[in-house]
Design a protein around this ligand. Structure first.
Ligand code: MRU
Length: 351
């Protein structure tokens, strides 16, 4: 059993403790990371995953890198740190929180005067602030999100995709934060969790998180969501996001777009829950969001078993983009906004 609550990334003075998300639910174990290169590898291999969580992990990766640099010369230190930042940036392309957190760390480094030792200390404080802020942000998203969910005669039956939970953030979660708030307030009947092919974050991680807290959860395969909506089993869909463009188009785990389309076909409201750090105001629309492609083995191999014949090609995009027109509202720490209002409502706060 895991400790409760779940914190996927923790700073331990000279190293970072990550919950190994590749092993849940069969095993709850942690990985100790003491080098920035190992942090980059942990992000790539998805020991730590989920947009806000990889931002936090990368911020602590910068702290580890700062300890590896031997020089006392401030300019040289900043140059070397920039290379470490580049290695961390090159891990996963889609979730903008990764770049947001690294940029904030590097800006802090450049703006902090004083000795290299002082800089190292300020970087740790900044990474810890990013972690703490994300926790408070997720709690606010959960409460704002719950307030706009439909008032139904029975308690709510929600559907989510992938894992946008405590494991994917500093704790609590974005989409799963809304589910947690609904459960806390006695408004949730049940969460339906898409298994989320190919990496199965829904079946493995979302279901595990719900079981830790006693939240009733039903796992379905991704292809069953339309059937559940047709049968009137779903009151609303709430998903997370990895990057939201200024017009409200939202990139999230592959399969989210098809879920939004079938939600529209069944008049089920479809919400995206995400912090401001997931919104990329530099990008006008979802077409510009870089989509990560991962190894084909994620499709043709389950555990040790090869499930497909040889002689075929594979295409394995890890994310897709849901157009703003399919999104009923974007749930943020500052309230819930129609995609078209997002830019005006939140741009000022991000400056
Ligand atoms: O590839 P992953 O597991 O990192 O993808 C995660 C998702 O798509 C989540 O839904 C998203 O990061 C939101 S997490 C609060």
């Amino acid at each position: 059993m895991a400790a409760h609550p779940v914190y996927p990334v923790l700073w331990n003075g000279d190293r970072v403790t990550l919950i190994d998300q590749t092993r849940i639910p069969n095993e709850f174990s942690v990985v100790e990371i003491s080098r920035s290169d190992d942090m980059a590898q942990a992000i790539k291999t998805m020991i730590v995953r989920g947009a806000p969580a990889i931002g936090v992990a990368a911020a602590f990766g910068i702290c580890l890198g700062a300890r590896e640099i031997q020089t006392q010369d401030r300019d040289r230190f900043l140059q070397d740190l920039e290379q470490i930042a580049d290695t961390l940036r090159a891990t996963r392309p889609t979730a903008v929180n990764l770049f947001w957190a690294i940029d904030r760390m590097m800006k802090t480094a450049r703006q902090t005067l004083g000795s290299v030792e002082h800089l190292r200390q300020v970087l740790v404080e900044t990474a810890q602030a990013i972690n703490q802020e994300d926790l408070a942000t997720c709690q606010a998203i959960g409460d704002h999100g719950l307030a706009v969910l439909p008032q139904t005669p029975q308690k709510l039956r929600l559907l989510t995709h992938c894992n946008a939970g405590a494991l994917a953030t500093a704790g609590y979660g974005t989409a799963l934060g809304v589910v947690r708030s609904a459960w806390r307030d006695g408004r949730l009947e049940r969460l339906y969790a898409d298994e989320t092919r190919p990496r199965l974050q829904g079946a493995k991680l979302t279901a595990w998180e719900c079981v830790q807290e006693g939240i009733p959860v039903t796992v379905i395969t991704d292809s069953m969501a339309a059937h559940c909506m047709q049968r009137g089993m779903i009151d609303a869909v709430v998903v997370g996001a990895d990057r939201i463009a200024a017009n409200g188009d939202a990139a999230n785990k592959i399969g989210t777009y098809s879920l939004a389309l079938i939600a529209q076909a069944h008049q089920v409201p479809f919400y995206v829950a995400a912090p401001l750090s997931t919104i990329d105001f530099k990008i006008a629309s979802g077409e510009e969001i870089p989509i990560e492609e991962r190894d084909p083995s994620e499709i043709y191999q389950i555990g040790e078993t090869i499930i497909c014949t040889s002689g075929v090609e594979y295409y394995n995009p890890a994310f897709d983009v849901t157009p703003a027109r399919l999104i009923a509202g974007i749930m943020t720490e500052f309230g819930v906004f129609a995609p078209a209002e997002l830019k005006d409502a939140l741009h000022q706060r991000s400056l």
